[in-house]
Write a protein that binds this ligand. Structure first.
Ligand SMILES: [Zn+2]
Length: 222
């Protein structure tokens, strides 16, 4: 139905299941994923002039300026939109600030695109309990949740361990920092924000997101 490009933004706190939902959507829809973090890391790998500028910033744990991130995201959106009809782009880690959101609005209107913003709403207690059950392979980094059973060996043979920053007080601190930082972005999109309760299984949440996409005329991959 729609042949205009659609930019899909998924907002959700760490532990909200955003990653799983994104993976599910990528598999089922003809969706390109643009990850702001990956774009930055690619520049460093390519040793481009941007890469050389941002390497020390990323290594020190600081945030790269909006100008640089905006430019990289726009460049990639342009390439994807050029490929053809009805492109759906899933943005990961962008926009993080209101300035980035305003920039995205401008780019999107240039391509006559639609922006669909979905926020996964999960209560803090639920996230804390999910993360409390999370274990990570000390060899390959694969993440295991409560639904993966009690085994303590990874499929790669590595050992599953709990991360130190997955402790409850650290998680609660991370969540409040996340909310403080992204609340203005949510407010920017208030009029078109679709809230989905994420207190369910990732499959169920993905199905709810899918229904919304179908309502918007975004078709599944055949
Ligand atoms: Zn492993």
């Amino acid at each position: 139905m729609t042949s205009r490009p659609v930019v899909l933004i998924l907002l959700g706190a760490p532990g909200s299941g955003k990653g799983t939902v994104a993976q599910h959507l990528k598999d089922k829809y003809n969706m390109c994923c643009v990850s702001a973090g990956d774009l930055l890391r690619d520049e460093i790998k390519k040793e481009s002039s941007i890469g050389r500028d941002i390497k020390p910033i990323l290594e020190s744990g600081s945030l790269v300026g909006d100008d640089v991130v905006n430019e990289l995201v726009e460049q990639h959106l342009k390439e994807i939109v050029a490929v053809g009809d009805g492109a759906v782009v899933l943005l990961d880690g962008f926009p993080r600030t209101v300035e980035q959101a305003i920039f995205l609005d401008k780019v999107s209107s240039k391509y006559k695109g639609e922006t669909c913003v979905i926020a996964l709403d999960v209560e803090d207690d639920e996230i804390v309990s999910r993360i409390a059950h999370r274990r990570i392979c000390n060899q390959c980094g694969r993440v295991y949740g409560p639904r993966d059973g009690a085994a303590d060996i990874c499929i790669c043979g590595g050992k599953l361990v709990r991360r130190k920053d997955d402790e409850e007080s650290t998680v609660r601190h991370r969540l409040s920092a996340y909310r403080e930082k992204t609340l203005p972005v949510q407010q920017h999109y208030a009029k078109r924000l679709i809230k989905i309760c994420g207190n369910r299984s990732p499959e169920e949440v993905a199905r709810l997101v899918e229904e919304r996409l179908q309502d918007m005329g975004i078709k599944k991959r055949r």
